[in-house]
Design a protein around this ligand. Structure first.
Ligand SMILES: [Fe+2]
Length: 334
């Protein structure tokens, strides 16, 4: 029987996991264990701190509902979403518009609008026109590209923050034959990320301001092109440099202009931005998005009340001869 030390325990875990058949799963899990153990050793993690961490992650899970994704918010505020996004963006086949975060407020249930329609039901605040072209990396127009937008209402809140039934300030549009898109909306406000949950507690305990600069999310797709998940950040916002989720970047800052002669709708302030899509690679088809509709992530919603089930029969049988004793039932199939 070997005695583990703070160093050999890591090797023992890696040895036991070495049977993982999927090579990528093996690589990811081995690195996760090595780094997790190194972290615990570096800070000399105490039992009280360890259970505090477990309690925190439990609260993050409990805060998740079909309308709220606290884990994505955690990943966003720790910069992990931005890191994965930046790494993914660097793998595109050709220079094109930069990606930005999908964030926790995207939802699949989004109405479709005709070009030029207003997506905000309540148009208090400043009405703004969004227009421009969707092209390939060389500037050729992409007709019939799908352009999905979502943003806060003029009060700085997303519809989904008021309940899953409310749908506002989001819409799906198509580009015309010349690749043009045209959308009417209201000027979004910078906002606090949700601070009423465990992630908010963490952010506040770190004395961070918890604000995102005003922005409009875009998800743009066309057949054979890499899906573009991005956002436009409004020039002049006070939090462009210190976005709490690290999403804002200089090349995605857009100016709201008055009386732009190029704007197809006259008399309203407007944002003109052209998006370029990179061609899609084989890897892109499997890459997925950094983010998802909370309802899709929370399938089942953790509502099961079953305590512990038996292991699958084939696993229990492979574990060897049936043992007797008080734990025997735990390791048997049906
Ligand atoms: Fe957002």
């Amino acid at each position: 029987m070997r005695a583990y030390t703070p160093l050999t325990i890591t090797d023992a875990v890696l040895e036991q996991m070495a049977s993982t058949p999927d090579p990528r799963m093996k690589e990811v899990m081995e690195a996760a264990v090595r780094h997790l153990h190194a972290f615990a050793r570096e800070v000399n993690l105490t039992p009280a701190e360890w259970i505090k961490g477990i309690e925190f992650m439990t609260k993050v899970g409990q805060a998740c509902t079909p309308a709220r994704q606290e884990f994505i918010l955690l990943s966003d505020t720790l910069g992990l979403s931005a890191l994965v996004n930046i790494m993914h963006d660097k793998t595109k086949l050709e220079e094109a518009t930069s990606a930005s975060l999908l964030g926790p407020f995207f939802r699949e249930n989004t109405p479709t609008f005709a070009s030029g329609a207003q997506i905000a039901k309540k148009t208090e605040g400043v009405e703004v026109v969004l227009f421009g072209r969707v092209t390939n990396a060389h500037g050729a127009p992409l007709p019939n590209a799908q352009v999905t937008v979502w943003q806060t209402a003029a009060d700085g809140r997303y519809d989904i923050q008021n309940g899953i039934e409310e749908i506002d300030c989001r819409g799906i549009f198509r580009t015309d034959a010349d690749g043009n898109y045209l959308i009417q909306t209201v000027r979004p406000l910078g906002y606090f990320i949700p601070l009423d949950g465990p992630v908010g507690q963490m952010v506040m305990s770190q004395k961070r301001h918890g604000m995102r600069p005003a922005h409009i999310h875009f998800l743009i797709s066309a057949p054979n092109y890499r899906e573009l998940v991005t956002a436009l950040y409004l020039a002049g916002d006070a939090h462009l440099e210190d976005d709490v989720v690290f999403g804002a970047s200089g090349d995605l800052v857009a100016e709201v202009k008055d009386g732009d002669p190029a704007c197809p709708i006259k008399g309203l302030p407007s944002i003109h931005f052209d998006f370029n899509l990179a061609r899609e690679s084989e890897d892109d088809k499997r890459a997925g998005r950094v983010g998802a509709d909370p309802a899709a992530v929370t399938a089942g919603n953790g509502q099961t009340t079953k305590p512990y089930g038996a292991p699958p029969a084939e696993i229990a049988d492979a574990a060897g001869p049936k043992k007797s004793g008080i734990f025997s039932g735990l390791f048997r199939g049906r």
